[in-house]
Design a protein around this ligand. Structure first.
Ligand SMILES: [Zn+2]
Length: 393
């Protein structure tokens, strides 16, 4: 079985031709909805607005009856193409050249949606509508932007309808060298700290009448970098602390400045929370500045994402088995937690969630592309996941 009735390549092309740069939709969700409707899905277009963000189109579609409920989650929005003249082919033309399909959103993540639709069509054709469970699609038009009126609102809406999802597959590009060699079961969190140290300005020849904030801030940073926060664990890399900015902005070599500034970015694993890191930093500041006179250190923070981990469960077993059946490879997929953030962070509070998709290689770049063969391979994996998930044995 390598030929799919509903061709995932053609379907990816149809999606890529919609210029759905967040939060514009340009017909992308309708392409998904039309295909799902024709397969018998009950489709609910969901428009969410307010909550301090712009209006976003979303789609929830479901088919089936009692039994386990598997959802597929993804986004139809894409990041801007940047300078279009740098592209080999216009970014929304979905041109195939040799063994590749080019275009913004081919990898992240329209092809993954296309493969899942194609796999589902094949599955329903073989098993009919009474396959012993439910399949749903959770598709948002805003994952790349503020992501406020997207997946978090769909998940709330689903809960209000008393719909219970058991497992969810997110179609972000996770594969590395081969399709299915890597899946994601969690993500690191990210927090930024902005430090402002105020000292006493003066002549560099009269250091005793001044208080140099640069000296104080470097002491603090040395303290922060002195020891790693942890060594990582079974599923996560060690927490990483970086100082991306250090600024004084002093043009004069004979003036002790009044202020010094620095930023700290921490990518943290599930051994920490933003709150525990805020406390950790405050203790460091206290230990350095408590005995200093006329110097203050102020800190502001910004929480970008919390870390999360889905302990590998049933879905992870089914996914691993299906990948090896589809590809004929014996090695288990890597269960990773690296990379940036995704909408899985909003779904993990409701059910076990795993990210599995096309190879991660050109997303957000100029000349983003996918290999045509990979689309067929991924569709095959998704199809076997559906067969294994709903098999009665
Ligand atoms: Zn994405």
């Amino acid at each position: 079985m390598t030929e799919f009735n509903l061709n995932p390549i053609k379907l990816t092309q149809a999606l890529v031709k919609c210029q759905s740069i967040t939060p514009k939709d340009d017909g992308a969700l309708l392409v998904v909805q039309d295909h799902l409707s024709s397969m018998g899905f009950d489709c609910s277009p969901l428009l969410f607005s307010g909550n301090g963000s712009y209006e976003v189109k979303n789609l929830f579609a479901t088919i089936g009856s009692d039994g386990p409920h598997l959802a597929f989650a993804g986004h139809t929005d894409v990041v801007p193409p940047g300078n279009e003249s740098s592209w080999k082919h216009p970014p929304f033309s979905a041109i195939i050249e040799d063994d590749k399909l080019y275009g913004r959103g081919t990898e992240d993540m329209k092809s993954n949606i296309a493969c899942f639709i194609s796999a589902t069509e094949q599955f329903l054709k073989k098993n009919g509508e009474n396959f012993g469970g439910k399949i749903s699609f959770i598709i948002t038009g805003d994952e790349e932007g503020e992501a406020i009126n997207g997946t978090p609102q769909i998940m709330e809406w689903i809960k209000k309808q008393n719909i219970k999802i058991d497992h969810c597959l997110v179609g972000e590009p996770t594969s590395n060298a081969k399709i299915g060699d890597k899946v994601k079961i969690g993500r690191r969190g990210s927090v930024n700290f902005f430090l402002t140290v105020k000292g006493v300005q003066g002549h560099t020849a009269n250091g005793h009448r001044a208080q140099n904030p640069v000296h104080c801030l470097t002491k603090l940073i040395s303290k922060i970098l002195e020891k790693p926060l942890d060594e990582g664990n079974e599923f996560f890399l060690p927490t990483a602390v970086q100082i991306p900015t250090f600024d004084v902005g002093n043009p004069a070599h004979n003036v002790i400045p009044e202020y010094a500034f620095a930023t700290i970015n921490i990518r943290f694993n599930d051994l920490h929370t933003p709150e525990s890191l805020i406390q950790w930093l405050n203790e460091k500041i206290e230990s350095i500045f408590k005995n200093m006179e006329n110097v203050t250190c102020k800190v502001k923070h910004e929480i970008s994402a919390r870390s999360f981990l889905n302990k590998p469960g049933n879905l992870s077993k089914i996914v691993a088995k299906s990948i090896s059946q589809a590809t004929g490879r014996n090695e288990e997929p890597e269960l990773a937690t690296d990379g940036g953030t995704s909408d899985a962070r909003f779904i993990k509070n409701y059910c076990e969630v795993i990210e599995l998709g096309i190879r991660n290689q050109t997303l957000h770049q100029v000349d983003e592309f996918v290999f045509l063969d990979d689309l067929n391979e991924l569709t095959k994996i998704y199809y076997i996941i559906l067969e294994n998930y709903f098999s009665k044995s």
